[in-house]
Design a protein around this ligand. Structure first.
Ligand code: NDP
Length: 355
């Protein structure tokens, strides 16, 4: 069990998301449940970015609290073999890797709660966060909530994830050497992934629901010029076939309604990502796609609030880049806290909410 963190200022527990003025600048106590409380660093998210931040922050004696989410571990929890994370000669299972990250963070004293943050208030320090009815205060916050791949929402797509269904060609393309794969989507990600997959697969079929791509002209030209890539226009995937592994997809022609089966060994979804930024949007800047904006590597527009991983990075989206980002955010938070000299409450220390 994780040792309890001591030394937090014991004030009232704010439990309903409507903190009183008296509590506004106060740290809160740990509830009898062991939840809630104050930390020098609260980390939101428990993928590679969040847990690496936790390891670094814990080793810097910052005694971080990690609000890990109801489904902790991030995208790697739905990945099977991870063969590109350095240090694992024979690869590692995604969930196993995240379990190791977590235990490593806990070993140094990180307190990890499997709860979703449903509200934050960054208007003054200490910052305030609420999760599952408990209140937390923090001298600094690291946001590492990641981005979720979008899925079609088909039952068999879920059942066969990691057994032929994937949302990451970089991660899983290697497993389809000498095989046929299908890619769903018509944006730059789909075009890029289809092109990437031709390094391994003998045949790549793009399945797009319309009769023209959304992606950039140059990426279209590159994909369409590749002899291994063919396109099925106006096709939506209505089922994924296969018992143990994917064997095909059932397609419906969006114009005629006609259904056909396309055989394939793999199905790559490339229909976009949704950054998990909803609770932060009133406080932090987001770009047009909803990703958090950063400057100077991990800094947000609010002093003391740092950002790490896929929640801002839609370019690399790799476990190792997210982990590196978490490391940077923890170091930046540590140095920032050091520069503050103390964790005295600072009212009105931050920019006004944007909404
Ligand atoms: P996009 O939103 O651009 O494209 C998503 C694609 O998926 C669209 O073609 C869309 O179809 C299709 N789609 C969405 N939902 C469904 C569904 N339920 N069923 C079937 N098809 C669906 O996302 P991307 O991830 O491709 O790109 C995101 C951003 O990242 C873009 O700005 C892109 O330019 C950028 N990017 C840049 C790259 C680069 O420059 N190297 C590489 C990758 C991404 P429809 O067209 O009909 O809406």
């Amino acid at each position: 069990m994780t040792p309890p963190i001591t030394g937090f200022p014991a004030i009232s527990i704010v439990d309903d998301g409507t903190a009183s003025a008296a509590a506004a600048n106060s740290a809160v106590a740990t509830a009898p449940s062991g939840r809630g409380g104050h930390a020098k660093v609260v980390i939101v998210g428990s993928g590679p970015a969040g847990l690496t931040a936790a390891i670094y922050a814990a080793r810097a004696n910052l005694e971080p609290i990690v609000l890990a989410g109801y489904v902790p571990g991030g995208q790697l929890m739905i990945t099977s073999d991870v063969e590109n994370y350095p240090g694992f000669i024979d690869g590692v299972q995604g969930p196993e890797l995240m379990d190791m990250f977590r235990k490593q963070a806990e070993r140094f004293g990180a307190r990890i709660m499997d709860v979703d943050v449903d509200k934050v208030d960054f208007s003054a320090r200490p910052f305030r966060l609420w999760a599952d009815g408990d209140a937390y205060t923090a001298d600094s916050v690291i946001v590492a909530t990641g981005a979720s791949a979008l899925w079609l929402g088909l039952d068999n797509e879920t059942r066969l994830r990691g057994r032929g269904v994937s949302a990451c060609a970089t991660c899983d393309g290697f497993f389809f050497r000498g095989k046929k794969v299908a890619v769903v989507g018509g944006g730059d990600t789909a075009l890029e992934e289809a092109t990437f997959l031709t390094r391994f697969a003998t045949e790549v079929v793009m399945l797009h629901r319309r009769d023209q791509f959304r992606g950039s002209k140059i990426m279209q030209a590159r994909a369409l010029a590749n002899p291994k890539i063919s396109v099925r226009w106006n096709r939506e995937v209505i089922d994924v076939l296969g018992e143990e592994v994917v064997s095909g997809v059932r397609l419906r022609d969006t114009e005629t309604g006609q259904e056909v089966v396309e055989t394939t060994d793999g199905l790559f979804l490339a229909i976009g990502y949704r950054p998990n930024t909803e609770v932060f949007r009133d406080w932090l800047e987001v770009d047009e796609k909803g990703y958090l904006k950063v400057h100077d590597e991990t800094l947000s527009k609010i002093d003391g609030v740092f950002v790490a991983g896929d929640v801002h990075d839609h370019r690399y989206r790799q476990a190792v880049t997210a982990a590196a980002d978490g490391c940077k955010a923890a170091i930046d938070a540590e140095r920032w806290l050091e520069a503050q000299g103390s964790s005295e409450p600072v009212a009105g220390a931050v920019a006004v909410a944007t909404s």
